[in-house]
Design a protein around this ligand. Structure first.
Ligand code: SAM
Length: 213
């Protein structure tokens, strides 16, 4: 199969969703995985294996964890020696995980304790690795994710949901990684802020207005 055909198959542009990720999300994951040499991907919640299949086609070795995968998983991944199915609860898996991963794709359901899953997943992420969380808008997880990740040492972006009636739907994805350098306010802007507040203090800005009469 030529690279274009592989990509097209992986995105499955003609077959619309059965609880799979959207073609857009699979495209994003394939592109992210392809940034790593011999990418190792952990998929938490694999269901049919549709995304695991696309990631394997993009050259990744995939550990796909699910306590109740769909029977179609075996069919979709039959020829793919690079996909391993692990039938287990994700928290149980993470507690005993030996390997570390370049990409961790978290695709659970509304019963998931997303805060805990993300906290534990951080421990098995390679230093330059990426965590991708699916269904962020569907389950209203963004605020929790901000609390878990966005800090002086992590950074992230959010790709909001975009429904396309009758076609694919993308239910909100967030991507996080460790910052290359811990974030600190730029010295210049701290100096500028100090100057500004001195100026304001000098000019009387911020003092209460004299009351009329
Ligand atoms: C939305 S589906 C995953 C879809 C899949 N990633 C794909 O791209 O087609 C969610 C899956 O998470 C699994 N799941 C939910 N909570 C889980 C848990 N605590 N441990 C293991 N699997 C879990 C469910 O069994 C279900 O198959």
């Amino acid at each position: 199969m030529n690279p274009f055909e592989t990509f097209r198959e992986a995105l499955d542009i003609d077959v619309r969703d059965r609880g799979y990720t959207s073609p857009e999300t699979r495209m994003l994951l394939m592109a992210l995985a392809a940034n790593f040499r011999n990418p190792k991907v952990l998929e938490l919640g694999t269901y049919t294996g549709k995304t695991a299949q696309a990631l394997a086609w993009a050259g990744a070795e995939v550990h796909a964890v699910d306590r109740e995968p769909d029977p179609v998983f075996a069919e979709l991944t039959a020829d793919l020696s690079r996909v391993d199915l692990i039938r287990m609860d994700v928290m149980e898996f993470l507690a005993g995980a030996q390997a570390t991963y370049d990409v961790i794709f978290i695709d659970l359901d509304r019963t998931a304790d997303i805060r805990n899953v993300c906290e534990v997943a951080k421990a098995v992420l390679e230093p330059a690795g990426i965590i991708v969380v699916h269904d962020v808008d569907l389950y209203d997880w963004w605020d929790t994710l901000l609390e878990v990740f966005v800090s002086t040492t992590w950074e992230g972006i959010r790709l909001p949901a975009w429904p396309t009636p009758g076609e694919s739907h993308h239910l909100g994805v967030a991507v996080f990684r460790r910052r290359e350098k811990p974030w600190a306010p730029a010295r210049k802007s701290a100096r500028r802020a100090r100057k500004k507040s001195k100026r304001e203090a000098g000019s009387g800005a911020g003092k209460p207005e004299p009351s009329a009469g």
